[in-house]
Design a protein around this ligand. Structure first.
Ligand SMILES: [Zn+2]
Length: 163
């Protein structure tokens, strides 16, 4: 056996181990946290409590990290959601049955005060994608087709302390 094919075999074996690591994720996570009690990496959406619970632990020594092991932050949140069958980010296409106007813009639901929108005109794919950034303060108008997009804020927590 040449050293090259041995290396390939080793890599394959490591990948298999990495896969097994995912299956024992919960157990391994518990062991990891026993040694380092400073934060607990969330193993499910229910356990997510702040950004420090969204830090991937990385791979076990001598293995290739899986997506689940190395994903951190929003990427990890999205991955945890996917594992539980939840689509975290709204990737549904926007209404492209008409061109938005200043008087009657295309409404874009957003949990944040801005959102990136890819416009391809009406009907969809009429022009190359044009990235726009409507904010709660300002609508965005496509340079290609002139369609107007307006943020429709949803689910933003209301501050009840200003009376
Ligand atoms: Zn457009």
């Amino acid at each position: 056996m040449s050293s090259l094919s041995f290396a390939s075999l080793f890599a394959l074996r490591s990948r298999l181990i990495a896969r097994q690591t995912v299956r024992s994720f919960t157990t391994r996570s518990a062991l990891f946290n026993a040694a380092k009690p400073t934060y607990k990496t969330a193993a499910s959406l229910e356990e997510v409590n702040g950004s420090e619970t969204l830090i991937g632990q990385g791979a076990k020594e001598g293995t290739f990290p899986t997506d689940l092991e190395q994903a951190t932050g929003l990427e990890r949140l999205e991955l945890l959601a996917k594992l539980q069958g939840v689509e975290l980010f709204d990737t549904k296409p926007l209404d492209s049955s008409r061109i938005g106007t200043i008087a009657d813009p295309i409404l874009v639901e957003s949990y944040d005060d801005y959102r990136y929108v890819g416009c391809t005109g009406s009907p969809a794919d009429s022009h190359a994608v044009e990235w726009l950034k409507p904010t709660v303060d300002q609508v965005a108008r496509c340079w290609e087709c002139g369609s107007v997009y307006k943020i429709n804020p949803v689910g933003v927590p209301q501050d009840d302390h200003h009376h």
